[in-house]
Write a protein that binds this ligand. Structure first.
Ligand code: FES
Length: 60
């Protein structure tokens, strides 16, 4: 499923960037451009990053 329509970035791709160490929306944007167009996806990107960071902090 696409998270960012403007840059054709899927949710799986965002998770892959998180797996590769991206911990902020800016870091994900730098890797794939998500969020750099209309901005509609930013809320979802922030939610994914928050979920991943919460999971990472409880797993540690
Ligand atoms: S949908 Fe992501 S920037 Fe437009």
């Amino acid at each position: 499923m696409f998270v960012c329509i403007c840059r054709a970035v899927t949710e799986d791709e965002v998770h892959e960037h998180c797996d590769s160490g991206a911990r902020t929306v800016d870091a994900i944007s730098d890797k794939c451009g998500a969020g750099e167009g209309c901005g509609t996806c930013l809320e979802r990107l922030h939610a994914i990053v928050a979920e991943r960071n919460a999971t990472a902090s409880t797993a540690a």
